[in-house]
Design a protein around this ligand. Structure first.
Ligand SMILES: Nc1ncnc2c1ncn2[C@@H]1O[C@H](COP(=O)(O)OP(=O)(O)OP(=O)(O)O)[C@@H](O)[C@H]1O
Ligand SMILES: [Mg+2]
Length: 439
């Protein structure tokens, strides 16, 4: 009979786990504090330890360390309902066997335990952990299984030099993920250089990436270093990679193969050492099928693919995100706006086609504008309606607009371009309205 130690402070989760796992035939010991857990771990080796992360004055990460210290061959499974980039990083680097996001089905837990048992008999390779000492403050919010899965992928791929392709709808956090990969890589102290391939005219992209020597063409009055050289030893983030012209894709492919640059007008090629992370919100497989994107380049980029789910597929993260943005904007604008239950519910029910970026903008707006400093159902519905109608009629702002404009200007200390952004109108439009209002 395999011995299991469970460390979980939630009595109902604990007893469910004990009941189910005993029925599965395990000898289960369950405790509710890190203190009890540590004294047990010091007394006997447990082949499998399952621990919650947030417990008391110590965490599941401490349990992980202790368990690994006393029994390096054992497996530690961590679980949390409040997982973050940092906890998953710490779990991975500390050698945790796996990390389950709560709530999970017991069948999932049993599968994980079975996999751990198999790993003891050498049927499965153990994950190679890379240690990362300086953990960043959290910027990536989300504890849903889908996000924890992304953190796992990031924590595994970041320390390698592998090329990564990040796919996902607009506003899902591709940019943030690219930065996280760099920040948790060996190249963290070296430059991270993003290039928005969609925003640079195709004719300029080559010189942007590879550089230009003086006199390469009329107007090239000095040498210009390209991105690949500027990012030497660091990471280049090729954003909107699906937007690059077919003709230029061959040049990029050669670069991916040779890791050499030849600035425009230069006879010689030079080696550079850069890691490439690319992102796209397009369906690349379809572009390849339609021959709009070179298949060979796609293979080169697609060494490791991270697919970021749209917000509607991880709506369990909405409460956390909403809280996070509310705290941020209350702080930034010195406000004390409150969110009501019905307000949160309305947000959870919305589909968020613009994903986190849209949620973030709406929270910024609502924190400033919510009537009576309360974000309730009515306020959320109203904000959503406004947002939707703005897509069709760009100048629309509601009846209460004078009041809204005043509030936003007050919050932004009169910064008009910031105010226009929050109000979702163009700056010109704001000026016109201010004129009409006699301001
Ligand atoms: N998990 C997250 N937690 C907190 N903020 C997030 C998260 N994901 C994204 N954001 C925020 O949402 C905004 C949009 O994210 P980002 O720019 O990374 O999206 P994107 O996928 O690159 O979008 P696009 O395809 O439009 O370029 C940013 O302000 C980012 O900080
Ligand atoms: Mg982006």
């Amino acid at each position: 009979m395999q011995k299991l130690l469970i460390v979980e402070d939630d009595a109902s989760v604990r007893s469910t786990m004990v009941t189910v796992l005993e029925l599965e035939g395990y000898a289960v010991e369950a405790v509710s504090s890190t203190r009890e857990a540590i004294s047990l771990l010091e007394a006997h080796p447990y082949p499998i330890v399952i621990s919650d992360i947030y417990l008391d004055d110590r965490t599941g990460i401490d349990i992980l360390k202790m368990a690994r210290l006393h029994n390096p061959d054992g497996a530690v499974i961590l679980m949390s309902g409040r997982g973050s980039m940092e906890t998953v990083m710490a779990a991975t680097s500390g050698g945790a066997f796996d990390y389950l996001a709560k709530p999970f089905e017991m069948s999932q837990m049993i599968d994980t335990i079975k996999r751990a048992e198999k790993s003891f008999t050498g049927e499965e390779d153990e994950d190679e952990a890379q240690s990362i000492d300086d953990l960043p403050d959290t910027e990536m919010i989300g504890s849903s299984p889908r996000m924890v899965d992304i953190y796992k992928q990031i924590s595994k791929v970041a320390p390698t030099d592998a090329t990564v392709l990040i796919e996902g709808e607009t506003g899902t956090g591709k940019d943030l993920i690219a930065r996280m990969i760099h920040r948790n890589s060996k190249r963290a102290a070296q430059p991270f250089v993003p290039v928005d391939c969609g925003a640079i005219a195709p004719s300029l992209l080559e010189s942007e990436l590879f550089g230009t020597l003086k006199g390469a063409y009329t107007g090239a009055d000095r040498d210009r270093m390209g991105v690949f050289e500027a990012a030497n030893n660091g990471t280049v983030f090729l954003d909107e990679i699906g937007d690059i012209e077919f003709g230029f894709q061959l040049k990029l492919l050669r670069f991916m193969q040779e890791r050499e640059i030849r600035p425009l007008g230069s006879p010689r090629a030079r080696k550079v050492d850069v890691r490439v992370v690319a992102a796209t919100n397009r369906d690349m497989q379809k572009m390849v099928d339609e021959q709009k994107f070179r298949e060979d380049l796609w293979y080169r980029l697609n060494v490791v693919r991270i697919s970021v789910p749209p917000l509607c597929e991880r709506s369990s993260d909405i409460p956390l995100l909403v809280q996070y943005f509310l705290t941020r904007y209350n702080g930034r604008y010195s406000l004390d706006t409150k969110l009501t239950e019905s307000g949160l519910k309305a947000m959870e029910q919305y589909s968020w086609p613009g994903n986190i970026r849209q949620l973030q903008h709406m929270m910024e707006r609502l924190t400033i504008l919510a009537p009576g400093g309360r974000i309730d159902q009515a306020a959320v519905r109203y904000a959503i309606e406004q947002m939707d109608s703005r897509d069709s009629a760009s100048e629309s702002l509601a009846d209460t607009e004078t009041e809204q404009i005043r509030r936003v200007l007050a919050a932004t200390n009169g910064n008009k371009s910031k105010a226009a952004k929050i109000l979702g109108i163009e700056r010109k439009t704001l000026y016109r309205k201010l004129e009409r209002m006699g301001l």
